[in-house]
Design a binder for this molecule. Sequence first.
Ligand code: NAD
Length: 497
Amino acid sequence: MTTKQANLNEFSLNQLNRRQFLATTAAAGAGLALKQSVIAQSSSGDKRRRYALVGTGGRSSMFREAVLQTYASSCQMVGFCDINLGRLKLAQAKARSVANVEVPIFEAKDFDRMVRETRPDVVIVTTKDSTHDQYIIRAMELGCDVITEKPMTTDETKCRAIIETQRKTGRKVTVTFNYRYSPHRTQVKDVLMSGVIGDILSVDFHWLLNTVHGADYFRRWHSNKANSGGLMVHKATHHFDLVNWWLSAVPVSVLAQGQREFYTPQMAKRLGLKSHHERCHTCPEKAKCTFALDLAGNARLKELYLDQEKYDGYFRDRCVFRPDIDIEDTMNVIVKYNTGATLSYSLNAFNAWEGYHIAFNGTKGRLEHGIQEKVTVFGDGSIPGAVKPGGTYIRVYPLRSPAYEVPLWPSNSGGHGGGDTVMLDDIFLPEKKADKYQRASDQLGGAYSILTGVAANHSFRTGKTVEIASLVPNLGMPKYAPMPSSTDPVPMPPSAS
Ligand SMILES: NC(=O)c1ccc[n+]([C@@H]2O[C@H](COP(=O)([O-])OP(=O)(O)OC[C@H]3O[C@@H](n4cnc5c(N)ncnc54)[C@H](O)[C@@H]3O)[C@@H](O)[C@H]2O)c1
């Protein structure tokens, strides 16, 4: 991969051939006719909530299908926006085929025009991580609420700008933390809230990505920190959010170490390859590299990425052993929380299995929980983050008493441990149900979920402890459910004999 090609990934909108874009859009009957159909809907007394979506890649399909199909009686899609004309047209064609509607498409530089002309109530942001801030902020300035994929953004400067704009505009920001909604992670929250292990003093959390799913981060835009914030932000935002939410606490300081040990040019040679290469599609050694991704061999990956390369030069299958990768694959973090609790966390991206172990140490006992996930390559048609049957446990170890298994709540089969479907109901159903677990997250939850990873990125470089308040001061507390307090009486444990 040359620098030039990498820069194409960091797409400059001006590079898109605008004449080609407009010509094709018009030829597809997309432009004026479609806009008229949307405007006609709005002036015909259609009371459904209006959504526009920016970023029409792999993740967007969940929101697109939700708005166009599952929740169509109360929601409508009024516009798609992206830098890639091919993916825009694909999204438009999918909308046509599943819901028989014409959704207008807009070049990213015409985001403001999309909002003016299609008048969405809510903008859904599913672009590359480092670009979330510009759409979250602009959507709020133009009078829209926002639903954004995680991570809310990738660094503290962008985070401060989002928080300031939200304060100024008063718009609603929802950050989609699907992991909170998966039944067994909600159940862990329920057990912790019950007080059975008392108030929590420390947490050990170890997340494992394997050499299929883990490797996939090293092929895509995620493999450069400027795009994703590295795995500390892109991936661990889920994990740090879970800890914040499970504890109803926010991080105060972070000390971390991180390096890249496995996805390196040296490892390509140790695995018997002559060297790293540019990408799998044209790799001379792909027949003997079990890390190679066959974009042409998977219909979904082909239509979403390979067939659309001509529009922006983005390769979805870059070599995982390239030297220009600048994210870590081996990370260790220590976090102190405002409740006094501490977290010891690790994330490794080259493991033998996929999933996590977590242990909460409380004043009355210990809770251990873990989930093994099935392995996916994102966007290939398999369910992302699906749970392996038999791979989930919740165990309580009361002080000086026998441990027991907590019977698991029924699960469901949706993406990310079943969290996706429960979350979509919470977001898109018109009647909001009271939620004692406070699973919906706003910009404050979004901010705290990234700031541990942002601080870890600083700590990787300096070796120093980073105070969260030095990154974004005066954030305030997100809404979290009440937890056992550190001033509650604690029963004397049974005698040790
Ligand atoms: N919550 C989850 O479990 C989960 C799972 C997967 C992805 N995600 C998140 O969803 C988002 C999208 O990820 P993805 O896997 O779909 O990636 P993707 O590469 O498939 O799609 C990203 C899309 O953004 C577009 N884009 C890039 N720069 C843009 C810009 N400046 N303006 C407009 N569009 C731009 C690309 O052309 C592409 O269509 C990311 O933020 C990711 O972190 C969340």
